[in-house]
Ligand binder design. Sequence first.
Ligand code: ADP
Ligand code: ZN
Length: 617
Amino acid sequence: MSQALLFAEQDPAVDVLRRVFGYPQFRGPQAEIVDHVIRGGDALVLMPTGGGKSLCYQVPALVRPGMAVVVSPLIALMRDQVDALRQLGVSAAYLNSSLDWREAQEVERQIAAGALDLVYVAPERLVTPRFLELLARTEVCLFALDEAHCVSQWGHDFRPEYLQLSILAERFPEVPRIALTATADNQTRADIVQRLRLQDAEVFISSFDRPNITYRVVPKREPKRQLLEFIQTNHPEDAGIVYCLSRAKVEDTAEWLARETGREVLPYHAGLEPGLREANQDRFTKGEGVIVCATVAFGMGIDKPNVRFVAHLDLPKSLEAYYQETGRAGRDGLPATAWMTYGVQDVVTLRQMLEQSEAPEEIKRVERAKLEALVGYCECAACRRQVLLNYFGETLAEPCGNCDTCFEPVETFDGTVLAQKALSAAYRTGQRFGAGHLIDVLRGSATEKVGKFGHDKLKTFGCGTELSKQEWQAVFRQLIASGLLEVDHESYGGLRLTPGAVAVVKGGQSVRLRRDPAAGTKKSLREARARRDSGAPAALSEADDRLWHALKARRLELAKAQGVPPYVIFHDSTLLEMVREKPRDAGHFAGLPGVGSRKVERYGDAFLAVIRAHVQH
Ligand code: ADP
Ligand code: ZN
């Protein structure tokens, strides 16, 4: 390249972005952050999962002279990132407990020789005297502290080793530090600033909206069947995660789903033998279209970008947990779904767990409020995204148009009389029975239990035949959600009236209820259509669909040969660009987003051959 051409490239950061990563431009606040760090400033970056945090330090790492040190708490994450960087032709390595002595020595030798652009290290390794000395003899261009919320005891991923990272400010005052996290609450943020000594850092906060994720919550009827229908209709080939509360349910659901779909569905929970657990995670990241059924033990450290759905068969612990878990879908920005079933028993179970816990009262109070917010989200009749963002302190002015309540507005109606009947059934039976029995009483079902307690003699017996069992369940669910009924944890989940219920029973106060949407496929179809409009693979013509599958197959082959996940070769979005553009030569191929110069050299011919073969047919 001539000097003139070199100088024509005005911004070195944009040059690196295009040449190495193959992306035409920075996204959102990336440009500003990158610029700030390149100029030597400290930064705290709060960005949702999938927002593009990695580039915020990887680009400065390649622009500034010297080696960048990236602190990361998880071995799997480090490995993935290093794999991906090497595919881009970047000189990167990691140092953690998964390396043996000899391998670690080799990495240290490379550091000393100034041969690395980036090194990923575990926090406990970074703060050893040996490693700090090694760094002191090396030109370090920046420290990136990934998953910075791990420094906060407040958060759920607390890592005591992170506390020691404050030493970096003392030992390397001239080296810029950039801390990154997707956990944004005020307490965690304050902890990060204080504990990592980032008082002078510029804070960059992005919107936490994930517009490519469709949110759906469906009333629980036959949860497994509903899940199956959801997957078959919306994600018949896609990779996804199904969250369950218990290990037994994880195993059971995985087995059932594998049988019903004929697909690869793997269990994951803390009770599995470690080797098997790791193998299942590996098959998920390195395979195509694998489903994992898991407890919340699964997810941290998974940065597979093409997880197309996250399903919850049980309620998560809080909206924070829900947002984090569902955030694992659609990191690549392509359409993805967060789907959840929710029923009266979920609330009862969670309330019971909460009340029976040994936690001090002030903690319980916080947890009660969190559960209420979560239930409020499930029961909301307005746009789900508005409710979610509002919870995280953001306002979305207009309904999003990409959640179930936006697709199909929820009807609300005056449910005062129904509420009075339900409340009086609970009252007259002594406030110690669950919804199932109360519904039998209301509907006049002469069950054995009804007979045993003489509940067929009550005035309320049979006074509610106008609703089906399911409809009554929706009523009870909402009465609990709105705090008119509470779960009595001393009587195994019996329902008890709250002081607020008195005003309803006596007729002073009315109750509005939401009408659950009818079961069935109408909505799923509508969504499938919406999905098609948004340019997901479902939008492809038959011929293009064949090409898409052929490209995926070639990618998987190449990935397997190297033992890396397919997405470190090319993202789905890049394959989709290949389908759309059908490039004929390397020049054209190099222009696709996500194709850097090294990847044209390495993979151009392989993918061009697939495209050529398809275009000829
Ligand atoms: P995070 O760490 O914030 O969850 P990542 O850094 O993994 O997010 O980025 C999410 C995805 O977005 C990745 O697949 C990445 O390649 C892609 N990405 C990030 N920045 C850009 C950009 N400027 N242009 C195109 N794709 C981008
Ligand atoms: Zn919406």
